[in-house]
Design a protein around this ligand. Structure first.
Ligand code: PGA
Length: 258
């Protein structure tokens, strides 16, 4: 059975010393659970110092972005090859990157390929904007985002990756409208169906699909209980250790019941 993943996508302004305090608190408040994996994604600057403080048996690290070339003169960039050994996952194509940094479908595809090439598991973010949703384009957007991003991968590589469905309008920094679990269920199933069409049922069963968008300790259970939901990508609520630990508790309890 797939593990449940609870991932914290910390904000840029969470400075290293604050992240360090947060990690300390999370060590106190989150106990290990064999069926639940807790992932922390701090800013690039904070990854290295946090990595030496972290109990790696209980927490895994993720980067929030990286550059798709492995070497060369690309002033200011950090490559996936540089992150090898430091992080287990990299978040790729988060809506903030697609919107504020104009990352295209092809940019995201190149980053997914670079992550896999360097032994890092991609956490591909997908999701439609409010405008796209209102225009009835959600399925088309998800189809394009998923198929382009994974187009260069083998079935084995796809089966090991993580895909997050994060409708842009539900993300707190873009409005934070609460998505209904029934709507989320349909889109998660659609993403898994896409994988099945391209790579077959066995691959689709293994790929881990997360939900993200204003997940907090009150809303988490509604999403985590969905059949196709393998976890949550948590932004704002992950800055508060009580909220984040409470979300992890929800995941533990649901796994216990299963
Ligand atoms: P949110 O962010 O939980 O604050 O909506 C989600 C994210 O940053 O991926």
């Amino acid at each position: 059975m797939r593990k449940t993943l609870i991932a914290a996508n910390w904000k840029m302004h969470l400075a290293t010393h604050e992240a360090s305090v947060l990690v300390h608190r999370l060590h106190q408040h989150i106990n290990g659970h064999r069926d639940v994996e807790i992932i922390l994604a701090p800013s690039m600057l904070t990854l290295q110092p946090i990595s030496v403080e972290l109990d790696r048996r209980r927490f895994r690290l993720a980067a929030q972005n990286a550059y798709h070339k492995d070497e060369g003169g690309y002033t200011g960039e950090v490559s996936f090859s540089m992150l090898h050994g430091l992080v287990h996952y990299v978040i790729i194509g988060h809506s903030e990157r697609r919107i504020y940094f104009n990352e295209s479908l092809e940019d995201v595809r190149d980053k997914v390929a670079a992550a896999v090439r360097n032994g890092i598991v991609p956490m591909l973010c997908t999701g439609e904007t409010k405008q796209e949703r209102d225009a009835g384009e959600t399925r088309q957007v998800l189809h394009d985002q998923v198929t382009t991003a994974i187009s260069g991968l083998t079935a084995q590589e796809v089966s090991e990756m993580v895909i997050a469905y994060e409708p842009v309008w539900a993300i707190s920094t873009f409005g934070g409208e609460l998505a209904k679990p029934t709507d989320v269920a349909r889109e998660l199933a659609f993403i898994r169906h896409q994988i099945s069409e391209l790579y077959g049922e066995a691959t689709a069963i293994q790929v881990r699909i997360l939900y993200g968008g204003s997940v907090n300790e009150h809303t988490a259970a509604g999403y985590l209980a969905l059949e196709d939901c393998d976890g949550a990508l948590v932004g704002s609520a992950s800055l508060n250790y009580r909220s984040f630990a409470a979300i992890a508790d929800v995941a533990f309890k649901l796994r216990h019941q299963a």
